[in-house]
Design a protein around this ligand. Structure first.
Ligand SMILES: N[C@@H](CCC(=O)N[C@@H](CS)C(=O)NCC(=O)O)C(=O)O
Length: 329
Protein backbone atom coordinates (compact mmCIF):
# COMPACT_ATOMS: atom_id res chain seq x y z
CA UNK A 1 0.00 0.00 0.00
CA UNK A 2 1.39 3.40 -0.85
CA UNK A 3 1.18 6.39 -3.12
CA UNK A 4 2.92 8.30 -5.90
CA UNK A 5 4.88 11.47 -5.12
CA UNK A 6 6.00 13.31 -8.26
CA UNK A 7 5.75 10.07 -10.18
CA UNK A 8 7.75 8.01 -7.66
CA UNK A 9 6.19 5.18 -5.72
CA UNK A 10 6.38 5.36 -1.91
CA UNK A 11 5.27 2.43 0.20
CA UNK A 12 3.36 3.86 3.13
CA UNK A 13 0.08 3.25 4.94
CA UNK A 14 -2.61 5.93 5.39
CA UNK A 15 -1.47 8.72 7.66
CA UNK A 16 -4.03 8.89 10.49
CA UNK A 17 -1.72 10.68 12.92
CA UNK A 18 -2.57 14.14 11.62
CA UNK A 19 -6.29 13.45 12.17
CA UNK A 20 -6.18 11.88 15.67
CA UNK A 21 -6.65 8.35 14.43
CA UNK A 22 -9.39 9.08 11.89
CA UNK A 23 -9.24 7.73 8.31
CA UNK A 24 -9.85 10.43 5.70
CA UNK A 25 -10.43 9.39 2.11
CA UNK A 26 -8.73 11.51 -0.55
CA UNK A 27 -10.89 12.95 -3.32
CA UNK A 28 -10.31 11.39 -6.74
CA UNK A 29 -8.25 13.71 -8.97
CA UNK A 30 -9.07 12.62 -12.53
CA UNK A 31 -12.57 13.76 -13.31
CA UNK A 32 -13.28 13.92 -17.05
CA UNK A 33 -16.44 12.44 -18.54
CA UNK A 34 -17.26 10.26 -21.50
CA UNK A 35 -20.34 11.79 -23.12
CA UNK A 36 -22.44 10.70 -26.11
CA UNK A 37 -20.86 13.25 -28.47
CA UNK A 38 -17.64 14.21 -26.68
CA UNK A 39 -18.92 17.45 -25.15
CA UNK A 40 -17.41 18.17 -21.75
CA UNK A 41 -19.27 16.66 -18.79
CA UNK A 42 -19.93 18.33 -15.42
CA UNK A 43 -16.18 18.43 -14.66
CA UNK A 44 -12.90 18.16 -16.55
CA UNK A 45 -12.35 18.52 -20.28
CA UNK A 46 -14.24 17.34 -23.35
CA UNK A 47 -13.08 15.12 -26.19
CA UNK A 48 -14.19 11.78 -24.78
CA UNK A 49 -16.99 10.62 -27.08
CA UNK A 50 -18.72 7.31 -26.47
CA UNK A 51 -17.27 4.83 -28.97
CA UNK A 52 -17.13 1.06 -29.02
CA UNK A 53 -13.73 -0.39 -28.08
CA UNK A 54 -12.20 2.98 -27.21
CA UNK A 55 -12.24 2.75 -23.41
CA UNK A 56 -10.70 0.27 -21.00
CA UNK A 57 -11.71 -0.30 -17.39
CA UNK A 58 -9.24 -1.24 -14.64
CA UNK A 59 -10.87 -2.86 -11.62
CA UNK A 60 -10.29 -4.93 -8.55
CA UNK A 61 -12.97 -7.56 -7.94
CA UNK A 62 -12.45 -6.96 -4.22
CA UNK A 63 -13.08 -3.23 -4.27
CA UNK A 64 -16.62 -1.98 -3.59
CA UNK A 65 -16.08 1.19 -5.65
CA UNK A 66 -14.77 -0.69 -8.67
CA UNK A 67 -17.59 -3.20 -8.24
CA UNK A 68 -20.14 -0.46 -8.96
CA UNK A 69 -18.60 0.12 -12.38
CA UNK A 70 -18.65 -3.60 -13.22
CA UNK A 71 -22.33 -3.72 -12.27
CA UNK A 72 -23.16 -0.80 -14.57
CA UNK A 73 -21.09 -2.30 -17.39
CA UNK A 74 -23.23 -5.42 -17.01
CA UNK A 75 -26.62 -3.72 -16.55
CA UNK A 76 -26.05 -1.42 -19.50
CA UNK A 77 -24.78 -4.17 -21.84
CA UNK A 78 -21.40 -2.53 -22.27
CA UNK A 79 -19.32 -5.70 -22.12
CA UNK A 80 -18.78 -5.85 -25.88
CA UNK A 81 -17.78 -2.17 -25.93
CA UNK A 82 -15.57 -1.68 -22.84
CA UNK A 83 -12.99 -4.33 -21.96
CA UNK A 84 -11.57 -4.87 -18.50
CA UNK A 85 -8.31 -5.62 -16.71
CA UNK A 86 -8.55 -7.12 -13.22
CA UNK A 87 -5.78 -6.50 -10.68
CA UNK A 88 -4.67 -9.09 -8.13
CA UNK A 89 -6.60 -9.24 -4.87
CA UNK A 90 -3.36 -8.73 -2.93
CA UNK A 91 -2.44 -5.07 -2.55
CA UNK A 92 1.02 -5.13 -1.00
CA UNK A 93 4.10 -2.89 -0.94
CA UNK A 94 3.69 -1.93 -4.61
CA UNK A 95 -0.02 -1.24 -4.29
CA UNK A 96 -2.38 -2.85 -6.79
CA UNK A 97 -0.50 -5.32 -8.97
CA UNK A 98 -1.03 -7.56 -11.99
CA UNK A 99 0.25 -10.94 -10.80
CA UNK A 100 -0.72 -13.38 -13.53
CA UNK A 101 1.29 -16.25 -12.05
CA UNK A 102 -0.02 -16.52 -8.51
CA UNK A 103 0.25 -20.13 -7.34
CA UNK A 104 -3.48 -20.22 -6.69
CA UNK A 105 -5.28 -19.66 -9.95
CA UNK A 106 -8.32 -18.07 -8.32
CA UNK A 107 -6.10 -15.26 -7.03
CA UNK A 108 -4.50 -14.43 -10.38
CA UNK A 109 -4.86 -11.09 -12.07
CA UNK A 110 -6.04 -10.97 -15.68
CA UNK A 111 -2.90 -8.95 -16.41
CA UNK A 112 -2.86 -5.44 -17.81
CA UNK A 113 -4.42 -6.02 -21.23
CA UNK A 114 -3.20 -2.67 -22.60
CA UNK A 115 0.39 -2.22 -21.40
CA UNK A 116 1.32 -5.44 -19.66
CA UNK A 117 2.28 -3.39 -16.58
CA UNK A 118 3.40 -5.05 -13.37
CA UNK A 119 1.70 -2.47 -11.16
CA UNK A 120 -1.28 -0.16 -11.35
CA UNK A 121 0.89 2.84 -10.42
CA UNK A 122 2.58 2.44 -13.83
CA UNK A 123 -0.78 3.08 -15.49
CA UNK A 124 -1.09 6.30 -13.46
CA UNK A 125 2.39 7.53 -14.46
CA UNK A 126 1.70 6.63 -18.07
CA UNK A 127 -1.16 9.13 -17.82
CA UNK A 128 1.04 11.71 -16.05
CA UNK A 129 4.73 11.07 -15.43
CA UNK A 130 4.89 13.20 -12.29
CA UNK A 131 1.53 12.17 -10.80
CA UNK A 132 1.17 12.64 -7.04
CA UNK A 133 -1.58 10.90 -5.10
CA UNK A 134 -3.04 7.54 -4.24
CA UNK A 135 -3.30 4.88 -6.89
CA UNK A 136 -6.88 3.70 -6.73
CA UNK A 137 -9.23 1.56 -8.77
CA UNK A 138 -11.46 1.85 -10.71
CA UNK A 139 -9.78 3.68 -13.58
CA UNK A 140 -11.34 4.37 -16.98
CA UNK A 141 -8.65 4.65 -19.68
CA UNK A 142 -8.99 6.21 -23.15
CA UNK A 143 -6.99 4.20 -25.71
CA UNK A 144 -7.31 6.94 -28.31
CA UNK A 145 -5.81 9.83 -26.32
CA UNK A 146 -3.72 7.49 -24.16
CA UNK A 147 -4.87 8.94 -20.88
CA UNK A 148 -7.08 8.37 -17.86
CA UNK A 149 -10.62 9.68 -18.30
CA UNK A 150 -11.66 9.23 -14.67
CA UNK A 151 -10.76 7.50 -11.42
CA UNK A 152 -14.04 8.29 -9.66
CA UNK A 153 -16.51 5.42 -9.57
CA UNK A 154 -19.59 7.51 -8.77
CA UNK A 155 -19.01 9.40 -12.02
CA UNK A 156 -18.00 6.40 -14.14
CA UNK A 157 -21.35 4.74 -13.31
CA UNK A 158 -23.20 7.88 -14.45
CA UNK A 159 -21.27 7.81 -17.75
CA UNK A 160 -22.12 4.14 -18.21
CA UNK A 161 -25.75 4.86 -17.32
CA UNK A 162 -26.33 7.17 -20.25
CA UNK A 163 -23.39 8.05 -22.54
CA UNK A 164 -23.37 4.81 -24.54
CA UNK A 165 -27.16 4.43 -25.00
CA UNK A 166 -27.14 5.01 -28.76
CA UNK A 167 -24.43 2.41 -29.19
CA UNK A 168 -26.05 -0.31 -27.09
CA UNK A 169 -29.71 0.53 -27.61
CA UNK A 170 -30.08 0.03 -23.86
CA UNK A 171 -31.98 2.99 -22.44
CA UNK A 172 -32.50 1.66 -18.90
CA UNK A 173 -32.04 4.61 -16.58
CA UNK A 174 -30.78 4.19 -13.01
CA UNK A 175 -30.59 7.94 -12.45
CA UNK A 176 -33.85 9.25 -13.90
CA UNK A 177 -34.27 13.01 -13.97
CA UNK A 178 -37.44 12.99 -11.87
CA UNK A 179 -35.82 11.05 -9.03
CA UNK A 180 -32.37 12.67 -8.95
CA UNK A 181 -32.95 14.70 -5.83
CA UNK A 182 -34.19 11.65 -3.93
CA UNK A 183 -31.34 9.49 -5.20
CA UNK A 184 -28.75 12.12 -4.29
CA UNK A 185 -30.23 12.43 -0.80
CA UNK A 186 -30.01 8.66 -0.21
CA UNK A 187 -26.49 8.51 -1.69
CA UNK A 188 -25.37 11.14 0.76
CA UNK A 189 -26.02 9.16 3.95
CA UNK A 190 -25.34 5.77 2.39
CA UNK A 191 -21.91 6.99 1.23
CA UNK A 192 -20.79 8.71 4.42
CA UNK A 193 -22.27 6.30 6.96
CA UNK A 194 -22.21 2.93 5.15
CA UNK A 195 -19.97 2.73 2.03
CA UNK A 196 -17.22 4.85 3.54
CA UNK A 197 -18.46 4.33 7.12
CA UNK A 198 -17.13 0.78 7.24
CA UNK A 199 -13.71 2.04 6.10
CA UNK A 200 -13.73 4.85 8.67
CA UNK A 201 -14.49 2.20 11.31
CA UNK A 202 -11.94 -0.36 10.12
CA UNK A 203 -9.06 2.00 9.35
CA UNK A 204 -9.42 4.11 12.52
CA UNK A 205 -6.35 3.87 14.70
CA UNK A 206 -7.94 5.26 17.87
CA UNK A 207 -10.84 3.62 19.71
CA UNK A 208 -12.98 6.76 19.99
CA UNK A 209 -12.91 7.25 16.19
CA UNK A 210 -13.72 3.57 15.62
CA UNK A 211 -16.60 3.60 18.11
CA UNK A 212 -18.16 6.79 16.74
CA UNK A 213 -18.05 5.50 13.18
CA UNK A 214 -19.43 2.05 14.00
CA UNK A 215 -22.38 3.71 15.75
CA UNK A 216 -23.10 5.65 12.55
CA UNK A 217 -22.83 2.54 10.38
CA UNK A 218 -25.54 0.80 12.41
CA UNK A 219 -27.80 3.84 12.68
CA UNK A 220 -27.69 4.04 8.89
CA UNK A 221 -28.29 0.31 8.44
CA UNK A 222 -31.26 0.58 10.81
CA UNK A 223 -32.59 3.42 8.69
CA UNK A 224 -32.17 1.37 5.50
CA UNK A 225 -33.92 -1.58 7.19
CA UNK A 226 -36.90 0.64 8.10
CA UNK A 227 -37.20 1.94 4.53
CA UNK A 228 -36.92 -1.57 3.08
CA UNK A 229 -39.62 -2.88 5.39
CA UNK A 230 -42.02 -0.60 3.51
CA UNK A 231 -40.71 -0.85 -0.06
CA UNK A 232 -38.49 -3.04 -2.26
CA UNK A 233 -35.90 -0.38 -3.14
CA UNK A 234 -34.50 2.74 -1.46
CA UNK A 235 -36.21 5.34 -3.63
CA UNK A 236 -39.90 5.61 -4.54
CA UNK A 237 -41.58 7.72 -7.23
CA UNK A 238 -44.50 10.14 -6.74
CA UNK A 239 -46.99 7.26 -6.91
CA UNK A 240 -45.23 5.62 -3.98
CA UNK A 241 -43.81 2.81 -6.13
CA UNK A 242 -40.24 1.80 -5.35
CA UNK A 243 -37.86 2.10 -8.32
CA UNK A 244 -34.53 0.29 -8.73
CA UNK A 245 -31.90 3.04 -9.02
CA UNK A 246 -28.22 3.79 -8.74
CA UNK A 247 -28.75 4.27 -4.98
CA UNK A 248 -29.49 0.55 -4.61
CA UNK A 249 -26.41 -0.58 -6.52
CA UNK A 250 -24.25 1.74 -4.45
CA UNK A 251 -25.57 0.21 -1.22
CA UNK A 252 -25.39 -3.32 -2.65
CA UNK A 253 -21.59 -3.42 -3.07
CA UNK A 254 -21.14 -2.74 0.65
CA UNK A 255 -23.87 -5.18 1.74
CA UNK A 256 -22.33 -7.99 -0.31
CA UNK A 257 -19.03 -7.57 1.58
CA UNK A 258 -20.50 -6.87 4.98
CA UNK A 259 -20.89 -10.26 6.66
CA UNK A 260 -17.82 -11.75 4.95
CA UNK A 261 -15.41 -8.91 5.70
CA UNK A 262 -16.68 -5.82 7.47
CA UNK A 263 -18.14 -7.64 10.49
CA UNK A 264 -14.81 -9.28 11.31
CA UNK A 265 -11.97 -7.40 9.65
CA UNK A 266 -13.40 -3.88 10.12
CA UNK A 267 -15.06 -4.76 13.48
CA UNK A 268 -18.51 -3.62 12.33
CA UNK A 269 -19.99 -6.38 14.43
CA UNK A 270 -23.04 -5.00 16.24
CA UNK A 271 -25.22 -6.96 13.84
CA UNK A 272 -24.78 -8.88 10.60
CA UNK A 273 -26.83 -8.20 7.47
CA UNK A 274 -28.26 -11.69 8.08
CA UNK A 275 -29.80 -10.31 11.29
CA UNK A 276 -31.79 -7.69 9.37
CA UNK A 277 -34.78 -9.38 7.67
CA UNK A 278 -35.55 -6.64 5.15
CA UNK A 279 -31.91 -5.89 4.29
CA UNK A 280 -31.18 -9.61 3.81
CA UNK A 281 -34.14 -10.04 1.48
CA UNK A 282 -33.04 -6.93 -0.42
CA UNK A 283 -29.46 -8.17 -0.71
CA UNK A 284 -30.74 -11.48 -2.09
CA UNK A 285 -33.08 -9.66 -4.51
CA UNK A 286 -30.24 -7.56 -5.91
CA UNK A 287 -27.81 -10.48 -6.01
CA UNK A 288 -30.38 -12.48 -8.02
CA UNK A 289 -30.91 -9.64 -10.50
CA UNK A 290 -29.86 -10.92 -13.96
CA UNK A 291 -26.09 -10.74 -14.47
CA UNK A 292 -25.22 -9.45 -11.00
CA UNK A 293 -24.03 -12.66 -9.33
CA UNK A 294 -21.24 -12.92 -11.95
CA UNK A 295 -19.87 -9.58 -10.82
CA UNK A 296 -19.42 -10.83 -7.23
CA UNK A 297 -16.16 -12.63 -6.43
CA UNK A 298 -16.13 -13.55 -2.73
CA UNK A 299 -12.68 -15.16 -3.02
CA UNK A 300 -11.07 -11.91 -4.17
CA UNK A 301 -13.09 -9.93 -1.63
CA UNK A 302 -11.99 -11.96 1.40
CA UNK A 303 -8.44 -12.42 0.21
CA UNK A 304 -7.92 -8.72 -0.49
CA UNK A 305 -8.96 -7.35 2.87
CA UNK A 306 -7.61 -10.03 5.16
CA UNK A 307 -4.35 -10.49 3.26
CA UNK A 308 -3.50 -6.92 2.26
CA UNK A 309 -4.19 -5.01 5.47
CA UNK A 310 -1.50 -6.60 7.58
CA UNK A 311 -1.57 -3.89 10.23
CA UNK A 312 -5.12 -5.05 10.97
CA UNK A 313 -4.49 -8.77 10.38
CA UNK A 314 -0.74 -9.47 10.71
CA UNK A 315 -1.03 -13.26 10.31
CA UNK A 316 -2.76 -12.77 6.94
CA UNK A 317 -4.94 -15.77 7.71
CA UNK A 318 -8.14 -15.49 5.68
CA UNK A 319 -11.23 -16.78 7.53
CA UNK A 320 -12.96 -19.85 6.13
CA UNK A 321 -16.55 -18.65 6.68
CA UNK A 322 -19.11 -17.38 6.95
CA UNK A 323 -21.73 -19.21 4.89
CA UNK A 324 -23.54 -16.50 2.96
CA UNK A 325 -27.21 -17.27 2.49
CA UNK A 326 -27.73 -14.72 -0.28
CA UNK A 327 -25.38 -16.81 -2.46
CA UNK A 328 -27.38 -20.01 -1.99
CA UNK A 329 -29.65 -20.94 -4.85
N1 LIG B 1 -13.21 7.78 -4.92
C1 LIG B 1 -12.74 6.57 -5.45
C2 LIG B 1 -12.23 5.67 -4.35
C3 LIG B 1 -11.64 4.41 -4.90
C4 LIG B 1 -10.80 3.67 -3.86
O1 LIG B 1 -10.47 4.21 -2.79
N2 LIG B 1 -10.43 2.42 -4.16
C5 LIG B 1 -9.62 1.65 -3.24
C6 LIG B 1 -9.89 0.18 -3.38
S1 LIG B 1 -11.28 -0.39 -2.50
C7 LIG B 1 -8.16 1.80 -3.59
O2 LIG B 1 -7.81 1.65 -4.73
N3 LIG B 1 -7.34 2.08 -2.60
C8 LIG B 1 -5.92 2.18 -2.75
C9 LIG B 1 -5.34 3.30 -1.93
O3 LIG B 1 -6.09 4.03 -1.28
O4 LIG B 1 -4.13 3.42 -1.93
C10 LIG B 1 -13.88 5.93 -6.22
O5 LIG B 1 -14.98 5.75 -5.69
O6 LIG B 1 -13.65 5.61 -7.38
Amino acid sequence: MGLLVNGEWHDQWYDTKASDGAFQREDAQLRNWVTANGEPGPTGKGGFAAESGRYHLYVSLACPWAHRTLIFRKLKQLEAHIDVSVVSPDMLSNGWEFDTEHEQQRFRSSGDALFNSDYMHQVYTRNKVDYSGRVTVPVLWDKQQNCIVSNESSEIIRMFNSAFNELTGNHDDYYPEALRERIDAVNEWVYHDINNGVYKSGFATQADKYEANVARVFEALNKAETILQQQDFLVANDDGNAVLTEADWRLFTTLVRFDAVYVGHFKCNVRRIEDYPALSAYLKRLYDHPGIAETVNIDHIKRHYYYSHDMINPTRIVPVGPELSFMKR
